[in-house]
Design a binder for this molecule. Sequence first.
Ligand SMILES: NC(=O)c1ccc[n+]([C@@H]2O[C@H](COP(=O)([O-])OP(=O)(O)OC[C@H]3O[C@@H](n4cnc5c(N)ncnc54)[C@H](O)[C@@H]3O)[C@@H](O)[C@H]2O)c1
Length: 349
Amino acid sequence: MPITVRVDTSNVYNVIIGEGLLEQSGALIKDAAPGASRVMIISDSNVWPIYGRRLEESLSSEGYRVYHHVLEAGEASKSMKSYAGILSKLAENNFGRRDIIAALGGGMIGDISGFAGATYMRGIRYIQIPTTLLSAVDSSVGGKTAIDLPEGKNLAGAFHQPSLVICDTETLETLSFDTFRDGCAEVIKYALIGDSDMFDNLLEVMVEDHVEEIIAACVSMKRDIVSEDEFDTGRRAILNMGHTFGHAIEKLSGLEVTHGQAVAIGMNIAARAACRKGFCDELVPYLVERISRRYSLPTETKFSAGEIAEAAASDKKADADSISIIVPTGVGSCRIEKIRMEELEGWCE
Ligand SMILES: NC(=O)c1ccc[n+]([C@@H]2O[C@H](COP(=O)([O-])OP(=O)(O)OC[C@H]3O[C@@H](n4cnc5c(N)ncnc54)[C@H](O)[C@@H]3O)[C@@H](O)[C@H]2O)c1
């Protein structure tokens, strides 16, 4: 039986998680977003050949006119050029305000499709169909949409909630080991910031052994955080646990260190610093290191504290003289700590 999580934001929608949902997606979309006649599937060059036809057939069987637009796989496609291409494709095919975009892919596809949905004709509905663990537990829920600019990641974007999220867990079976592991870092992040039982569980069994329940637990946690702070002005920042240091390491490595690996190192840095500074006891960094190793994620980096601090200071979340760090206060609890820029290096060891 699929699991449904209801998200109560400015737009109320369901996240449906289960095996084999792609085949039912036409009917699910018709129910959640009635009144459309056209659907534009946006996907990437890895995902489309494996799953495109299943989605297309399910939509056609419900009477939709189905179009598709496939981007080259990889973060480089989350660009202004691809975004403009999507808008043109919608316009050329006479998409109207009641028509729909379906984002079939990982976070790259979800983010750019959502941004096209937020802006085409001042906003049309879109459906997230996440096919990576990261997009299932994180990016498909919460309505943050974006593209990258040459000057930095996610610099142009909008808040635009999807009308439905369909997470077919069967699609995760074709992910590479590295991409699945990147998603595991985000799962660990949820456990660390807010769910000690999940953390203990992740030390006992592996994510893949009960993936639907894990995704549902992460989505429920994100739902709670996002419903409290939809527009990211307060508590939503806790979702950045490990990310300030992680983004810095990703950037310093020229993206050689993947996002999930960098987030794992970032969580280890945050836990070690939190312990040194008296926010938690030494069990926390010990357990964060243990869980990272269990999921084949790194805990250390070759970059110095000074290099990480400098790269983090140029992060967009930094303002002139202070930066917010998410600090674990235990396993399953955390707080937002605003620190002065000159203190940052002491947090990066
Ligand atoms: N909007 C948000 O709240 C939010 C949150 C976190 C991350 N993000 C964004 O998400 C993006 C990263 O997402 P991602 O890690 O899913 O990366 P991604 O979308 O680039 O996917 C990673 C790789 O996996 C491939 N892939 C996807 N699904 C597959 C499948 N089922 N089988 C085989 N291959 C598959 C893709 O083609 C790609 O090569 C970044 O752009 C990041 O900024 C957004």
